[in-house]
Ligand binder design. Structure first.
Ligand code: PEP
Length: 253
C-alpha cells in the first residue's frame, strides 16, 4: 500500500469541444474507480459545468486549470476563484509550465496561491525545470527556489490538502519521461522542503509527477516512495488509456 492515497489527474489543457469533452467524461464515468485512488479531471473552464453534470455522483472529481489572482470583478477574460468555488470544484492547477510560459511569475503565483487558500480551493501547484537547467544539474535548487518564492512565506496551516506536481518542462508533451528514479529524487527533495516547513504536512501532502506519462510507464513511477500520483496531459484524452493509468494507482497489500 502507498502511504498516501494516489492522486491521478488528467489535464485536458485546451483540448476537445464541449460536446467531445462531455462524451469523454461519460466514457470515463463508465469506468469504475477504486476507492484506493483519487481520480480527477481538469477540463477547460468552458467545460467545467457540463462535465460536472456528467460526473456528479460518481467517483470522478474535477479541477480547474488555472484561476485569477484577483477577486471577482472587472477583469475581462479572466476566471475568478469564486466561480470555481461556486461550482464546488475542489482543485485548481496553478503554475503549470504552459501558464508560466505565458508570463506567470513566481510572484503572481504567490498571489494565486493566497487567493485559492482564501477560498478553500486546493491548489495542484506545478514546479519544474527546463532542459538547460536539467543538463546543468541544477534541477533541485531550481525547483526549491520556485517553491520558496511562491509558497515559502505563506503560513503552512493554509497548505492543508494542497498538492505538488513536479513536471520537468522537457518531458511535457515531448514523449521524453524523467526516469522513475529521477522523479523520486526530486519528489524526495520537495518532501524534505515541506517537512522542514511543517513536519506533519511533510508526511501528509501528496507530490505528483507529470511529463509524458502513459499506461506503460505509470506504474513504475507510482511505485516510487515519494511519488503519490500523476498529472497526465495527452494520455488523459483517451478514456481507455486514462482508465488504465488510474488503475495503475491501485496498490493492494
Ligand atoms: C501536463 O500538461 O501536465 C503534462 C504532463 O502533459 P503530458 O502528459 O502530455 O506530457
Amino acid at each position: 500500500m502507498k502511504k498516501r492515497i494516489p492522486f491521478i489527474c488528467g489535464n485536458w489543457k485546451m483540448n476537445t469541444t464541449v460536446e467531445e469533452g462531455v462524451n469523454l467524461a461519460k466514457a470515463l464515468k463508465e469506468q469504475t474507480v477504486s476507492e484506493e485512488v483519487e481520480a480527477v479531471i481538469a477540463p477547460s473552464f468552458l467545460h467545467l459545468y457540463p462535465v460536472k453534470e456528467v460526473v456528479d455522483g460518481s467517483s470522478w472529481k474535477l479541477s480547474a486549470q488555472d484561476m485569477s489572482s484577483e477577486e471577482m470583478g472587472a477583469h475581462t477574460g479572466e476566471v475568478a476563484g469564486e466561480m470555481i468555488q461556486g461550482l464546488e470544484i475542489p482543485y485548481v492547477i496553478l503554475g503549470h509550465s504552459e501558464a508560466r510560459g505565458r508570463g506567470q511569475s513566481n510572484e503572481l503565483l504567490k498571489k494565486k496561491l493566497e487567493r485559492a487558500f482564501a477560498l478553500g480551493l486546493k491548489p495542484i501547484f506545478c514546479i519544474g525545470e527546463d532542459e538547460s537547467v536539467y543538463e546543468e544539474g541544477e534541477t533541485i535548487s531550481f525547483v526549491l527556489n520556485q517553491l520558496e518564492e511562491s509558497l515559502g512565506s505563506i503560513p503552512t496551516e493554509k497548505w492543508k490538502g494542497m498538492l505538488f506536481a513536479y513536471e520537468p518542462i522537457w518531458a511535457i508533451g515531448t514523449g521524453k519521461t524523467a526516469s522513475a528514479e529521477d522523479a523520486q529524487k526530486v519528489a524526495k527533495e520537495i518532501r524534505r522542503w515541506i517537512h522542514e516547513k511543517n513536519g506533519k504536512l511533510g508526511e501528509e501532502l501528496r507530490i505528483l509527477y507529470g511529463g509524458s506519462v502513459k499506461s506503460d510507464n505509470a506504474r513504475s513511477i507510482l511505485e516510487q516512495e515519494d511519488v503519490d500520483g500523476l498529472l497526465v496531459g495527452g494520455a488523459s484524452l483517451k478514456a481507455e488509456e486514462f482508465g488504465k493509468i488510474v488503475g495503475a494507482g491501485v496498490f493492494h497489500e
